[in-house]
Design a protein around this ligand. Structure first.
Ligand SMILES: [Zn+2]
Length: 215
C-alpha cells in the first residue's frame, strides 16, 4: 500500500488516526482525504522517525506508525522505579500509579505539579501520560517550520511546559474533539495547580498543553 497526497478512502482514515495517535499537531480531521494537512503530518512524522521525508505513506511509514508507542522512545535512562511511581496514600482517595515518561529536564517545581495532575487524572480513571516535555531549540525550530507552533518562546524550551494526553487516544478518536471530557478534566487539574492550560487560549487552542506562569 502506498498513500500520498490525493489518496482517498478508509486506509487514509486509518493513516490519519495513527498520525493523531502519534501526536500530529494540530490533530488531523479523520476524513479519509489525504490533503495538505495530512501530507504535512506524514512529513513531520517521517522527520521525527528518521524515515526519508517524502510525504509518501508506504510500508516503512505505516510499519513505524503501527509498531511504536505514542512517541519516539527517549534515549536517556529511565528512573530506578522502573519508570513508574505510586501516589502516596492521602494525596488521592485511591492509590494510583502513573507513568513517569518525558519528565526529564522539567523544572522541579513544574514537574511536581505535572505529576500531581497525572495522579489527579488517573484517579478519575484516565490513563494520562506526558506526550512531550522538554524540547530542544532545534526541535522547536522544526515545529515552527512545519507550522505546528508559532513561537520560539515556547515554555517547552525552558522545561516549563508539557503536553498531557490520555495514552489510549493521544489526539485521536474521541480526543480529536477539543470538548472531550479528558481535556476538560486536564484544564481543571492544571488550574488547580496554578498552571496555565492551553485550552484556555483564545487564538491557538492547545488542549494538551500546560505550562507554568512566567514572570
Ligand atoms: Zn505544548
Amino acid at each position: 500500500m502506498l498513500l500520498k497526497k490525493g489518496s482517498k478512502g478508509s486506509s487514509v482514515s486509518e493513516l490519519q488516526q495513527l498520525l493523531n495517535e502519534h501526536g500530529a499537531q494540530p490533530p488531523l480531521k479523520i476524513d479519509g482525504d489525504f490533503g495538505p494537512a495530512t501530507d504535512r503530518a506524514v512529513r513531520a512524522y517521517q522527520q521525527e522517525r528518521g524515515i526519508k521525508v517524502d510525504g509518501l505513506a508506504g510500508d516503512q511509514t505505516f510499519g513505524a506508525l503501527r509498531g511504536g508507542g505514542p512517541r519516539k522512545p527517549k534515549p536517556q535512562a529511565q528512573n530506578q522505579s522502573g519508570n513508574r511511581t505510586t501516589a502516596s496514600p492521602g494525596n488521592s482517595p485511591t492509590e494510583v500509579s502513573v507513568p513517569m515518561r518525558n519528565l526529564d529536564g522539567l523544572n522541579a517545581d513544574f514537574r511536581a505539579k505535572v505529576v500531581n495532575i497525572l495522579k489527579e487524572l488517573a484517579g478519575k480513571g484516565w490513563k494520562p501520560v506526558v506526550a512531550e516535555g522538554l524540547r530542544t531549540r532545534a526541535q522547536q525550530a522544526e515545529k515552527v517550520r512545519l507550522g505546528y507552533s508559532k513561537t520560539m518562546n515556547s515554555a517547552h524550551l525552558l522545561g516549563l511546559g508539557a503536553d498531557i494526553v490520555d495514552r489510549r487516544y493521544a489526539w485521536g478518536g474521541p480526543a480529536a474533539n477539543t470538548s472531550f471530557q479528558f481535556w476538560n478534566d486536564l484544564g481543571v487539574a492544571a488550574r488547580a495547580q496554578g498552571l496555565i492550560w492551553g485550552g484556555d487560549w483564545k487564538k491557538f487552542k492547545d488542549v494538551a498543553h500546560v505550562e507554568a506562569p512566567r514572570r
